[in-house]
Design a binder for this molecule. Structure first.
Ligand SMILES: *Cc1c(COP(=O)(O)O)cnc(C)c1O
Length: 472
């Protein structure tokens, strides 16, 4: 299996190379040259597999340049009951109104990003060791992605993580989660500024080609193909848990921001998994809902992005969306270049003529949720089922209820645990105790490690330089 770019000007590459890449050199995103097709007999065989066995079968179709025994080992070390709380890894439960919830957030940072990041951490370590390379990840986080990356890469050989966060802007839980890590390869840097300032510093360092090459700077952002492929697995796992046989169809409802999660669902559907509909749920930042309702894709600027109570979906330019549009446009890279030139100039584009195809051929529909909807949904699920769902999952449940058709089975992906968002939970249901996994009791009391720097790329470069020069 080789990988190609959505912009069409990058030579096809094998998985191991794509794994360590961010954007393709031509500015596009990497995708497999075709989607492997799963026939009925294979699907039947897969139904009985454990999560790691299933992950191995699916990933082997995409990862053809790592020996099977090694891939199996990586997958077996990744998807353990110890890391994800149960042997099922992503258990499915049913709410009293019939909506099903697939738990993707029982990993170390209580959010679905662990599902892919934990795999990435082990895969990075393997590929880097094999090629005798080193990689220094520089990232910016407002909370979730940074902690998932740190928990995935802590203690891994050949990798350092330099994670920028806005000083004093994260919740005390998020700070404690990241800053309490004592591993020598994890470096937390709090920037006196906002999240956007952190991102600008990352860009400034990336743009210094000399520095970037000398210090082997890389990223783990949501466009990484290794993350998408790991996410394809849980759509199959969720389908098998939600059905009795492969004649049944299931729809997935996905709380969305960067379109990374649901993009994996699109790929699972293209492979032949019997998915009826893919339901995109957004919050007040509704750029994707607008597209699937009207065909217009109009990314917003930072000042038109709302700060909401489902903050991990506060995104107004969905970086993985280009992968779906590439398929929608019949994989015509020239069209993608034209469309994203329009995005680059701030205009966006209009694909109203393709909307019916997005609905009928690709199964996409969408809905949105507001702060009030979120609170009401959390309170209602608490009343009817006695459980607390997180605000992002609540956006999904709200939209699933709204669009559900007679007889339709909908699996809502649970993208985080309520424990991460206590303030919003309290606003919804009053000051009840929000359950927290035992391993995280007393997290805020642990000693923390962080270096505070002024809002200045040079200060960050100095830390990277000093740290890495010392290590040699
Ligand atoms: C990242 C995240 C999302 C959005 O996922 P995308 O892949 O960016 O669409 C939703 N919910 C939570 C809790 C997240 O951390």
């Amino acid at each position: 299996m080789k990988y190609i770019s959505t912009r069409g000007a990058t030579a096809p590459k094998p998985f191991s190379e794509v794994l360590l890449m961010g954007l393709a050199p031509d500015g596009g995103l990497m995708l497999p040259e075709h989607y492997p097709q799963i026939d009925g007999a294979t699907l039947q065989k897969w139904r009985g597999l454990s999560y790691p066995e299933l992950a191995f079968e699916i990933m082997s179709l995409f990862v053809t340049d790592i020996p099977a025994a090694d891939l199996r080992d990586i997958v077996n070390r990744t998807y353990t009951a110890e890391t994800f709380g149960s042997a099922e890894i992503t258990p499915v439960r049913t709410l009293s109104d019939g909506i099903k919830i697939q738990a993707l957030s029982n990993g170390p940072t209580l959010a679905f990003k662990d599902m892919a990041m934990q795999f990435l951490g082990n895969a990075f370590e393997y590929v880097l060791a094999k090629e005798g390379k080193q990689l220094n990840i520089l990232g910016a986080t407002s909370g979730d992605t940074g902690s998932a990356a740190e928990y995935a890469l802590r203690g891994k050989k050949g990798v350092n993580v330099f994670m920028l966060s806005p000083n004093g802007k994260m919740s005390s839980f998020q700070r404690a989660q990241m800053f309490s890590l004592q591993d020598g390869n994890i470096h937390n840097i709090a920037v006196d500024g906002m999240f956007d300032d952190c991102q600008d510093i990352v860009k400034a360092v990336q743009n210094d080609a000399g520095f970037k090459a000398q210090y082997h700077i890389g990223t783990v952002n949501s466009i990484n193909w290794g993350r998408i492929v790991a996410q394809v697995v849980y759509y199959f796992a969720g389908y098998f848990k939600a059905t009795e046989n492969n004649a049944q169809k299931v729809s997935f409802c996905v709380p969305s921001g960067n379109f990374g999660n649901i993009c994996a669902g699109h790929i699972a559907r293209q492979m032949g998994l019997p998915i009826r509909r893919l339901i995109v749920a957004t919050n007040e930042n509704d750029v994707l809902d607008e597209f699937f309702k009207t065909g217009a894709y109009r990314p917003r600027t930072a000042e038109h992005t709302h700060v909401t109570s489902s903050p991990s979906m506060d995104i107004s330019k969905a970086s993985n969306f280009e992968r779906f549009v590439f398929d929608l446009m019949g994989r015509n890279a020239a069209e993608i270049q034209t469309l994203w030139a329009e995005v680059g100039s701030g205009k966006g584009f209009d694909l109203a003529a393709k909307l019916q195809e997005a609905h009928e051929k690709y199964g996409f529909v969408s809905g949105k949720s507001s702060h009030r909807d979120r609170l009401e949904t959390i309170a209602e699920v608490y009343r009817t089922d006695g459980e607390l769902i997180d605000p992002h999952t609540a956006d999904g449940v709200k939209v699933a209820r709204e669009v559900r058709e007679a007889g339709e089975t909908i699996v809502c992906l649970e993208t985080a645990l309520a424990a991460k968002f206590e303030d919003t939970i309290h606003e919804a249901v009053g000051r009840v105790a929000v359950p927290r996994p035992a391993a995280l009791a007393g997290l805020e009391q642990l000693p923390q490690r962080v270096t505070v720097v002024p809002n200045d790329a040079q200060a960050v470069k100095n830390i990277i330089r000093t740290t890495l020069d010392q290590a040699v």
